[in-house]
Design a protein around this ligand. Structure first.
Ligand SMILES: C[S@@+](CC[C@H](N)C(=O)[O-])C[C@H]1O[C@@H](n2cnc3c(N)ncnc32)[C@H](O)[C@@H]1O
Length: 206
């Protein structure tokens, strides 16, 4: 990561992608799925983004870079239960020069959601919501956002790893719930592997 210059998110993302080609243990969203996510958010022009599963900050940095091409006042709130990951991600975000855009929260979204509600207020619903953490939490965390009124009609939910490692309860829920209009896009689990994963994109009907 040190090879990337400060304040250059694109170079930093590329350095992580290169590292993941050598190290199978790097579990970031990656460039293949990253491109799908970039394309999905372009028409949305999101200002408020919430992410579950910060890890090393790759997806938050990628989302911020893409959203800032279209909007000035982008805020990302990203959550992780692992203190070590929070520390690494903060260093990555600082290196990318995005510390005023990306706010990293240590803890479970379920517990910290009222705090987010207070930060955003009733005028600023979440435009984009990325689920990339513990698969059994996908359904309760989605429902928590809905219960607290943090979504708007047209808010976009993106859920990674729906087939590998798999989130069968979430897939069943999102396909049946009348509040959501969802589709699954099949894609490679990661570069250099042939296994197929599924990313769900779902629009909130309100
Ligand atoms: C697959 S990684 C996220 C990858 C990241 N989105 C990226 O592309 O760089 C999953 C992360 O979710 C975190 N995690 C696991 N359970 C969680 C939970 N209940 N709430 C928040 N984060 C959680 C893990 O600590 C881990 O860092």
């Amino acid at each position: 990561m040190d090879s990337a210059p400060d304040g250059d998110p694109k170079a930093l993302l590329k350095a992580v992608d290169n590292l993941s080609k050598e190290d199978i243990n790097v579990i970031h969203v990656g460039d293949i799925k990253g491109q799908l996510i970039d394309e999905a958010i372009q028409p949305l022009k999101p200002k408020i983004i919430v992410e579950m599963g910060t890890y090393i900050g790759y997806s938050a940095i990628r989302l911020a870079s893409e959203a800032l091409k279209m909007e000035q006042d982008v805020q990302i709130h990203t959550y992780d239960v692992n203190a070590q990951m929070v520390e690494i991600a903060q260093k990555m975000v600082n290196k990318a020069g995005l510390d005023s855009v990306i706010h990293i929260h240590h803890g479970r979204f379920h517990d910290l959601a009222p705090e987010l509600q207070a930060i955003l207020g009733s005028e600023n619903p979440v435009d984009l919501f990325l689920l990339d953490h513990w698969k059994p939490s996908y359904v309760p965390d989605t429902q928590r956002l809905m219960e607290l009124g943090l979504l708007r009609r047209g808010s976009l939910l993106i859920a990674d790893n729906c087939l590998i490692p798999g989130a069968p309860e979430f897939v069943d829920y999102i396909q049946k719930a009348p509040e959501w209009n969802s589709k699954m896009v099949k894609t490679l689990y990661r570069e250099n592997l042939t296994d197929e994963d599924g990313v769900i994109f779902a629009a909130y009907r309100g």
